[in-house]
Ligand binder design. Structure first.
Ligand SMILES: [Zn+2]
Length: 148
């Protein structure tokens, strides 16, 4: 049977959600954004490390900055959500923190804050939501924490 895929024939969305490409997190992230944050329409760029991609940008024309710029300028997104996660390979994984979960979280919080600051120089009027996806219950579950 052929599936039918609905198309939203509009040109504006509520938010842009920048997340990591990691297959272990993105589906759960979509669910979190829709169910917990109540955001129904959003652009969803994924780049390795999420905030890292922004922080590594040298110029505004870099692809990571375009991933924020296009949703904001063309789709009139009012909210910018950035999601970093625990054990992110782009940052060298959890191993880099010698099993210190608190230290790892603190690091990601500062990365998210840095990315926000960088984006805010261009889009200061937007509402920012910074999220850290933390592993819980012996790495059986993901908890999404709002950290800024
Ligand atoms: Zn990652």
């Amino acid at each position: 049977m052929k599936t039918s895929f609905k198309f939203k024939d509009v040109h504006a969305c509520d938010a842009v959600v920048l997340t990591c490409i990691d297959f272990r997190f993105w589906k759960e992230t979509v669910e979190f954004i829709e169910k917990e944050l109540g955001i129904k329409s959003f652009d969803f760029p994924s780049l390795p490390g999420a905030a890292k991609a922004i922080n590594d940008c040298l110029v505004d024309t870099d692809v990571a900055m375009q991933c924020i710029g296009v949703p904001c300028n063309l789709h009139h997104a009012k909210k910018i959500v950035i999601v970093n996660h625990q054990d992110c390979g782009a940052y060298g994984g959890s191993g880099k923190f010698n099993g210190d979960d608190a230290e790892e979280q603190k690091f990601h919080e500062s990365e998210l804050a840095k990315a926000k600051e960088k984006i805010a120089t261009k889009f200061s009027e937007k509402e920012f939501v910074l999220i850290y996806a933390k592993l819980t219950d012996d790495k059986e579950n993901i908890e999404f924490l709002t950290v800024g």
